[in-house]
Design a protein around this ligand. Sequence first.
Ligand code: 13P
Length: 245
Amino acid sequence: MKKLIAGNWKMNLNKAEIKTLLGDIKAQLKDSENTDYLVCPPYVYLDMVVQGLQGTPIAVGAQDCTLNDNGAYTGDISAAMLKDIGAQFVILGHSERRTHHKENSALISKKAQKAHALDLISIICVGETLAQRETGQEQETVKQQLLDSLPNTATSHNTIIAYEPVWAIGTGKTASPEDVQAMHGFIRTTLAQHFDGPQNVHILYGGSMKPENAKALLATPNVDGGLIGGASLKADHFLAIGNAA
Ligand code: 13P
């Protein structure tokens, strides 16, 4: 399976910085034969990034969507709007949204269903907290999140799973390749309860992935790519991770 290297820009960068980043990525992108690339900018810059990356193999996605189609939902952005401006992917259930916006797996499942109806590929995020890992609840937590977040519209073509241990996000701490291997294998087994072809589902690792640790993480069995925060904001770091894949 071709690895997917996805950048989650979160709430970072401004217009001028994005212009520079896109220019750098385009100038430095070599052969992407073995790697697929995706960037997920904040909503307001999506259109600009879609335009800026036209003619390149880099896909564009959003960081969330709402489950309503249109109407009186001040501040919300629908999956249809994302599709309209040329986004192909949407991240759903990132731990930052689960924490700051109190999103639960039932809501994420409904959002994913909406995304699938519009042919958007959903990247569904799961991951345990440090307290859950320290008390040996990491697998049970991730299993529950998976089973509750995946709608019955999910297939290996329209759904990607991102395992992001909460304690590794933005902390500089990375899960060890052994822990990642154990969890990704467990996720693959759990997916078999839901998908016909669980072996075809991309399972990404996210949490302080950077050029220095990417090679080991991406060589780990069942790691089909990365969801990268901080290191995706610099073209050379982002592409070095892609080259490591
Ligand atoms: P960092 O790579 O900054 O740890 O962020 C990971 C992440 O949350 C990607 O969605």
